[in-house]
Design a protein. Structure first.
Length: 468
């Protein structure tokens, strides 16, 4: 197993570390106050241990990142890359004595090219800021995680994030054309391209996407853009069971329809959103399906989709009249995770992805698990691509309830694998799902992944303890 090889005495390393970092960094970029560095210790995941970083560094340039990595290599100090820390798997959690490398100040959009349909950005650019900037050029950056107003492009790349539009437009990996990456020893490497096509050599760009900062530090990204689509219209369909809603999803996909969004909220989630935001969603429903089209004639497409929903047993199908009403429905979906957190104060958010044909079995299984453990588990899902978010609500101050929450979380992941799915569709492995990654890919897969890690990071100093 690759671990960080910190061979010098801990106090000696700590005493030298700050001085060596300051030799190549401005004083304001190096934070050592323990009260301040403690605030960088973890992301938003539950049940994920974190350590006390020795120092937090906030670089603004590639050269400063290179200096940090050369210093870390010289002293054998682990480095934990971070973005906005909105992750849900503990992938950005600090380890004891580490350098936390926060890339949030590298937040420039360096280029937007309408002809090449690309944007060149630094890792600290916030997803929503990029989306708004490229919109000025009539362009569109599709990946839109629920935390898009806070999360950064670097973090999106590190975890291979998805979002609400994946059913039509795909995930982050499909939009990363090229990267500049600072390696563990401080060398700078460029991967990929800025051309529409290119197959030169191994696809190292894809290797870094989803690697959770364990292979190198992304300092620049070339991202593909799309022409801005027409304003989408949204439809809401009520169902008397999750099974019926999932049947509708299967009918829609089998029928060849390409919605720009196809989302599901179960009864528990709908109630939580109403309790939080008083949005007037129909609490009599067992499942609420939201669908959208951004085609030239979205009303006609929604009508065809609505007919399929009715054939699957929808009790009510309500298309939005305009963009404002559509946005209101989408806001309800975006509030789902926040609303579920308010139920008990703490949540564990899974992101098991299953084949679309198994979506109904997944939701039925989650209902059984919730009853077995006596817990509230709400499910919202990117239904169009089978990516479910079973969200376990519990009181973190209750040890017994916390135990049941963790066990139910594990059973949900086991169910996903049994149904031919994967333990993570977009949140990453981090600390939370290390054991489950090994189960999913098997011993040979783990051996090969560790071998790749060893090539890029022979000292094991990059985000140690994550993934495997």
């Amino acid at each position: 197993m690759i671990v960080s090889r910190i061979e010098a005495p801990r106090d000696e390393v700590t005493s030298n570390l700050t001085d060596l970092l300051l030799a190549g960094l401005p004083p304001e970029a190096v934070l050592t106050d323990p009260d301040v560095t403690a605030s960088y210790a973890n992301d938003m995941a539950s049940f994920c241990p974190s350590g006390a970083p020795a120092v937090v560094v906030l670089p603004r340039t590639v050269e400063e990142v290179q200096h940090v990595m050369r210093t870390a290599t010289e002293l054998r100090v682990p480095v934990v890359p971070q973005g906005a820390r909105t992750g849900l798997s503990g992938g950005a959690n600090a380890t004891d004595g580490s350098i936390v490398l926060s890339l949030t100040r590298m937040d420039r959009i360096l280029e937007v090219s309408p002809v090449d349909r690309i944007a060149v950005v630094e890792p600290g650019v916030v997803n929503a800021a990029l989306s708004r900037e490229v919109e000025r050029y009539g362009l569109y950056y599709p990946p839109d995680p629920s935390s898009w107003e806070m999360c950064t492009i670097g973090g999106n790349i590190g975890t291979a994030s998805g979002g609400l539009c994946c059913v039509k437009y795909g995930v982050t990996a499909e939009y990363v054309l090229g990267l500049d990456v600072v390696l563990a020893d401080g060398r700078l490497m460029s991967t990929g391209r800025r051309t529409a096509k290119g197959v030169a050599g191994y696809d190292l760009t894809r290797l870094f996407v989803g690697s959770e900062g364990s292979l190198g530090i992304v300092v620049r990204a070339v991202l593909a853009l799309k022409p801005k689509p027409p304003q989408q219209l949204v439809l809401a369909a009520e169902f008397t069971s999750s099974a019926a809603a999932c049947d509708a999803v299967c009918r829609i996909m089998e029928g060849g329809h390409v919605p720009s969004l196809l989302e599901l909220m179960d009864r528990t989630t709908v109630k939580a959103v109403n309790d939080l935001a008083h949005m007037g969603l129909p609490e009599t429903t067992e499942a609420l399906l939201l669908a959208a089209f951004d085609t030239p004639d979205p009303a006609a497409d929604l009508a065809a989709l609505g007919a399929l929903c009715e054939a699957a047993g929808a009790t009510q199908v309500v298309p939005a009249d305009d963009a404002a009403e559509s946005e209101l429905l989408l806001q309800a979906r975006r509030l789902s995770l926040t609303a579920l957190e308010a139920v008990k104060g703490t949540t564990m958010i899974d992101d098991v992805c299953v084949p679309r044909s198994k979506l109904g079995a997944m939701l039925e299984g989650v209902e059984r698990i919730a009853a077995k453990y006596g817990l509230t588990i709400g499910v919202c899902a990117h239904a169009g691509d089978g990516n479910t978010h079973p969200t376990v609500c519990f009181d973190a101050q209750d040890p017994e309830e916390s135990r049941r929450a963790r066990e139910s979380f594990d059973e949900i992941m086991a169910l996903g694998l049994e149904l031919g799915g994967t333990i993570t569709g977009e949140h990453g492995v981090g600390v939370l799902k290390k054991e489950w990654l090994a189960r999913e890919i098997g011993p040979v897969g783990v051996e090969m992944q560790r071998a790749v890690k060893g090539v890029f990071d022979p000292l094991g100093i990059l985000n140690p303890g994550k993934l495997f």
